[in-house]
Design a protein around this ligand. Structure first.
Ligand SMILES: Nc1nc2c([nH]c(=O)n2[C@@H]2O[C@H](COP(=O)(O)OP(=O)(O)OP(=O)(O)O)[C@@H](O)[C@H]2O)c(=O)[nH]1
Length: 128
């Protein structure tokens, strides 16, 4: 089965965490996720996540630390999700692909309908 290497960022802004909802047209429609995307050939995970956040949200971030990778098999594809904790640095948030974004307190994150691969990452983050 096709395996995707995907990065994502848990972006902290004013003590809250930035989360995005996938659109109806994307894979995993309407699921919530941490923004990010597929690693391109020859690209480092760090460069990938900063590029994806710029492309998807129009903001610049600074990486702080890493969390554990999450491996998950969806029915049609497998994913290795590589998470970073990051800090917002600059820019006005403008979405290019997602349906909406939210800035949430940690206690609010559990209420969303998450992409399944994100759940171990969310749980590790909530324990920090
Ligand atoms: N960016 C991101 N993708 C995730 C997360 N969790 C998760 O399962 N994914 C899956 O990882 C895959 C790669 O993400 P992507 O946004 O670069 O690519 P995509 O497949 O939506 O783009 P495409 O439809 O144009 O090929 C998506 O199929 C998405 O469903 C997450 O937290 N962040």
């Amino acid at each position: 089965m096709k395996k995707l290497d995907v990065t994502c960022a848990l972006v902290c802004l004013n003590g809250k965490t930035l989360v995005v909802q996938r659109s109806e047209k994307m894979k995993l429609p309407l699921k919530w996720e941490f923004p990010g995307g597929k690693i391109e050939n020859g690209e480092s995970a760090e460069d990938c996540v900063k590029r994806e956040i710029w492309e998807e949200l129009n903001i610049e971030i600074e990486l702080i630390s890493k969390l554990s990778h999450s491996n998950f098999d969806y029915p049609n594809f497998s994913i290795e999700l590589i998470p970073f904790i990051a800090r917002y640095v600059d820019g006005d948030i403008k979405l290019s692909e997602h349906k909406q974004y939210l800035l949430l307190e940690k206690v609010e994150l559990n209420d969303l309908d998450w992409a399944e691969a994100d759940i171990p990452i969310l749980n590790e983050f909530l324990r920090l």
